[in-house]
Design a protein around this ligand. Structure first.
Ligand code: KG4
Ligand code: ZN
Length: 314
């Protein structure tokens, strides 16, 4: 069975083709260079670029997979969550293709797609806990079995990726912030004590206080001779990761899962990956991390999720 998947929820236009559980192609056209100028994603520009770029992304995906569009059996697409205009472009194209090819349309949840990005190269062992961290969301899920998504905690304000992006902007490091902060953090020392918010019994997060603390630190210290951007990045990154680990460990202690999944754009973060890996090793459970190429938005994760949905219905 061949699935063609479409992902257009934010600033990446992506098409993937999957045959059974194998990804034949996963083409991603990123709009980062355009949005960079504005310091973040401009929704209207993002929708127009999806429309403009979709044709060649589709063509490249088919060519790389060596598949004729007439041989596609199902069309999957990201239904939500995401930027509404961007989602509409993806949905319209998906519906048109499904109608033309007379095949089934499979709407998919973007965050569930991130979770299943780890299934491209691993078997998920259930029950599992998934920490989903992206530019728009920070959530902890409990999955007792395949596709049984239960949100047990989420951010009450900013997403952690959003905090990386905003701190990066404050420091003049550009968009997207995650990789820029990680790079600076490598040459800095985590010596500034930023606060961990919402250190309570829930599995929820709050990152706006951390963001404001960094802003206050910058405003109060920018003219001092010890002011060091790398140290700020290292300290911010360490606090954000500590905060995520604190709630993940709490969730582990309540549910004792057989594995832990890390997913979403922030899963590209090396410190977070190492912390989760070490935690899983210590507790002798399986650690499921997406390959770097499947961390940020891509259609391969939508394709594998659609495949699991279809297999689950049999
Ligand atoms: O999942 P994603 O591609 O898009 C959304 O669904 O939001 O996630 C993008 C987010 C951005 O906020 C970006 O700064 C963050 O992932 N990110 C990182 C890293 N690489 C990307 N955050 C921390 N460390 C990284 N290495
Ligand atoms: Zn995403």
């Amino acid at each position: 069975m061949k699935i063609l998947a479409i992902e257009t929820s934010c600033d990446e236009t992506s098409v993937a083709i999957l045959e059974n559980e194998k990804i034949l192609s996963n083409i991603i056209s990123t709009q980062i260079n355009i949005h960079k100028k504005y310091g973040g994603v401009v929704p209207e520009i993002a929708s127009r670029l999806h429309f403009e770029n979709f044709g060649f992304v589709l063509q490249q995906a088919l060519t790389k997979a060596n598949v004729n569009i007439k041989d596609i059996d199902k069309i999957a697409y990201t239904k939500s969550p995401g930027l509404i205009g961007c989602l509409h472009i993806g949905k319209m194209i998906a519906k048109t293709l499904a109608c033309y090819l007379e095949v089934e349309l499979i709407p998919c949840n973007h965050l569930h797609g991130h979770i299943y990005s780890v299934a491209i190269s691993n078997n998920i062992i259930f029950p599992t806990i998934a920490l989903v961290v992206s530019g728009g969301h920070s959530q902890i899920y409990y999955l007792k079995k395949d596709l049984d998504f239960k949100i047990i905690g989420e951010t009450l304000d900013d997403a952690v990726g959003e905090a990386f992006d905003k701190v990066s902007r404050m420091l003049g490091l550009g968009y997207p912030g995650g990789s820029a902060i990680q790079k600076q953090a490598k040459i800095g020392k985590p010596k500034i004590g930023f606060p961990i918010a919402l250190n309570d019994e829930s599995f929820n997060f709050s990152f706006s206080g951390l963001k404001v603390s960094v802003l206050n630190y910058i405003n109060n210290n920018k003219n001092k001779n010890y002011f060091n951007i790398s140290d700020i990045c290292a300290s911010f990154q360490e606090t954000a990761v500590k905060n995520l680990m604190l709630k993940l460990k709490k969730a582990y202690k309540k549910f004792y899962p057989a594995s832990i999944i890390l997913a979403g754009g922030v899963s590209a973060n090396e410190l977070l990956r190492n912390e989760i890996n070490n935690f899983c090793k210590k507790n002798k459970i399986k650690c499921l991390l997406p390959e770097q190429k499947y961390c940020t938005d891509n259609a391969a994760m939508i394709a594998i999720l659609a495949y699991k949905k279809l297999s689950n219905c049999k």
